[in-house]
Design a protein. Structure first.
Ligand SMILES: *[C@@H]1O[C@H](CO)[C@@H](O)[C@H](O)[C@H]1NC(C)=O
Ligand SMILES: *[C@@H]1O[C@H](CO)[C@@H](O)[C@H](O)[C@H]1NC(C)=O
Length: 457
């Protein structure tokens, strides 16, 4: 019996052992799989989120129709090429200069050299004019610019360099130089009074220079830098919204901004849907303009909001009103961010225990890790600012000062989603809507540049 059943027992025991081991191996393997799966789950979630967030052109994809309509009013002609000279400053200033140069070139009916950008002196932030020329993709998506402008303005041809223009070597003279507003020397705050006459003024001016346009003897006209003198609203609301979108931020900065947003969502469990332009009840966006170039340009003894405590005070009040717990701060100066955090914590600690809130201040440096952080660190001051620009678009509430073009660019773009048609609302004479506030009143500043009339969001 025993002899007979022993092999069975052995086989059974062996089978049992095999089953036990297979189960153990599978279990361990399964554990490893689960770990791998969780890791790749997060990675996958991040990648889906980033792709989706990058696809969202803020606050809506470009619609070429209004641009095509404006371009159709111009007759483009051969033998004339424009270039945009000396674009400099931070992204807010740059956008205005480039868009305006292109707008004049549309009026003028000529081809355009793809604009370049003057590099800021990294050792002296206030030195924005003397640096070397960088390609457009230093800050902006060059391919997108070409695509958008070609679609929007089919009559306008773009060239890499003026020398690539047909018959350029046969041109009759050295390039002519022009400033966009030179035909209207007295320009009111609201900008040029007769923007639609620009073509006539320009053609008369060409006549005075004895220029006859011929395709085989071309003329090169250089637009010198100018800022905030073109009344953007003259072309109508729809054009104002779409035209600015021909300038899209460079792709790697858009990807980083999407990652910052993802990290913010994960770390604070915020209800951020990347498909939405603005998600309510997520985070507060504070732009602090207190870097040394700002203090230099707008001295604190004259400019109330160049005083740190005044600028912080407005932000704190607005933060309390907004009732948000996460503050995303943008500033080109980390010391300013630290001082802001300390001041906020003091203020919170001094508030009654019953309504004391737990507010966390973060920057892109706190949120990006590993390779992403390395990429961010490799960027210049102005490239890093692009990440914040996009983060500010997405904040549930945003505030900045009136003397900087950065907050105006952000607030005007966000205003497209507002229920208010006008900019100044809810007791402000600057810009205040349900998404953004430009702090204070006009009287709080020695003067306010006419950003609302002259910035394409
Ligand atoms: C940064 O801010 C601090 C505090 O206001 C200031 O002392 C310092 O000069 C600033 N540095 C730069 C580079 O802006
Ligand atoms: C405040 O919030 C942070 C981030 O959500 C959290 O880590 C911390 O524990 C909170 N502190 C208190 C006192 O609730």
């Amino acid at each position: 019996m025993l002899c007979e059943c022993r092999p069975q027992v052995v086989i059974s025991l062996g089978a049992l052992l095999i089953i036990v081991w297979v189960v153990r191996l599978l279990a361990v393997h399964d554990g490893v799989l689960t770990l791998l799966f969780e890791g790749s789950n997060r990675q996958q979630a991040e990648s889906v989120f980033v792709t989706q967030a990058m696809k969202v052109e803020f606050p809506a994809p470009i619609d070429y129709k209004p641009i095509q309509e404006v371009c159709a009013r111009t007759q483009f002609r051969p033998g004339l090429i424009f270039s945009c000279e000396g674009q400099h400053g931070g992204i807010g200033m740059l956008r205005n200069q480039i868009l305006k140069c292109i707008r004049y070139a549309i009026h003028g009916g000529g081809a355009v050299v793809i604009p370049s950008i003057t590099l800021r002196n990294a050792g002296d932030l206030s030195d924005i004019e003397s640096g070397k020329q960088m390609s457009l993709d230093y800050l902006l998506d060059r391919e997108a610019f070409i695509t958008h402008l070609t679609e929007g303005c089919p009559g306008m041809h773009l060239y890499e360099r003026a020398e690539d223009f047909p018959y350029y070597s046969q041109r009759a003279r050295e390039p002519l130089t022009i400033v966009g507003d030179q035909f209207e020397p007295i320009h009111p705050r609201e900008g040029l009074r007769h923007p639609r006459e620009w073509r006539n003024f320009f053609d008369n001016w060409l006549d005075q220079q004895s220029v006859k346009l011929r395709s085989d003897i071309p003329v090169h006209v250089k637009f010198e830098q100018s800022f905030l003198e073109y009344p953007v609203r003259d072309d109508g609301e729809a054009f104002v919204h779409e035209f600015g979108k021909i300038l899209s931020f460079r792709k790697d900065t858009r990807a980083l901004a999407a990652k910052v947003l993802f990290e913010l969502k994960e770390r604070f469990a915020l209800p951020i849907d990347p498909a939405n332009a603005i998600n309510p009840n997520t985070f507060y966006g504070a732009h602090l303009r207190l870097e040394e170039d700002a203090i230099w340009a707008w001295p604190p003894d004259e400019w109330r909001y160049s005083r740190m405590e005044e600028q912080f005070g407005e932000q704190f009040q607005n933060l309390e009103r907004a009732g948000l717990d996460v503050v995303y701060v943008t500033s080109g100066n980390q010391t300013v961010v630290d001082l802001f955090t300390e001041a906020l914590n003091r203020r919170l600690a001094a508030s009654p225990r019953s309504d004391r809130k737990n507010v966390t201040v973060v920057t892109k440096y706190d949120l990006l890790k590993g390779k992403d952080r390395q990429l961010l660190d490799s960027f210049t001051f102005d490239q890093q600012a692009l990440v914040d620009f996009m983060m500010m678009f997405k904040a549930s509430a945003f505030m900045g000062v009136a003397h900087s073009s950065f907050p105006w660019n952000v607030a005007l773009r966000r205003h497209e989603l507002s229920k208010y048609a006008d900019y100044a609302n809810e007791g402000s004479d600057l810009l205040r809507d349900e998404y953004s506030i430009i702090m204070g009143m006009a009287a709080d500043y020695p003067h306010v540049d006419p950003f609302v009339y002259a910035i394409w969001p």
